[in-house]
Design a protein around this ligand. Sequence first.
Ligand SMILES: Nc1ncnc2c1ncn2[C@@H]1O[C@H](COP(=O)(O)OP(=O)(O)OP(=O)(O)O)[C@@H](O)[C@H]1O
Length: 187
Amino acid sequence: MSPVGREPKYPVIIITGTPGTGKSSHAQLLIQESPVPLKHINVGELVKDRGLHEGFDEEWQSYTVDEDKLLDELEPLASAGGIILDWHTCEIFPERWADLVVVLRCNHTQLWDRLEKRGYPLKKIQENNEAEIMDVVIEEARASYPEEIVVTLSSESMEDLERNVASIVEWIKTWLSDRERQTAEET
Ligand SMILES: Nc1ncnc2c1ncn2[C@@H]1O[C@H](COP(=O)(O)OP(=O)(O)OP(=O)(O)O)[C@@H](O)[C@H]1O
């Protein structure tokens, strides 16, 4: 039985990880490869575009998110299902929303290069690199969701990206057939 109050047709997949680990790259490929339609929600862009924040923090060069506004915006989408939530943090999303939580990781030298190429300020590169080394997002995901729905995947090459997306596609197929079986048993 699915969590109370939600019977979506398609799953809610959270793709998280330190900035630069490849969340958007994975989400973009996944929407192409998925056997069912999925909507990619880049949460950082949503916060910016819909003004779901309390202003821009110049020191950290990022928006201070208004969590209540963000959750209100996302609730109907999560309830409907068929979405990929792409964000560098995940603990804010209620456990009942998530069917699968993918945490991407990348070795810190490579991550440093990716963030440097983006022109991030040194302080922001250092902060993110340290977070990756300390497994901050992995710990957060493990503390926030049941262990059986949290997977950690390496994102250091195009082969990794393709393999990861292929395994998420397999997971979606299994999720769909489990759903069908459950529905058949209930009717
Ligand atoms: N598995 C991978 N192999 C090689 N390069 C990758 C891989 N994943 C991502 N990249 C590259 O790293 C950079 C960052 O990727 P991407 O924007 O997908 O990361 P992100 O986690 O979504 O970042 P942010 O949290 O800041 O939005 C891009 O230049 C992308 O091409």
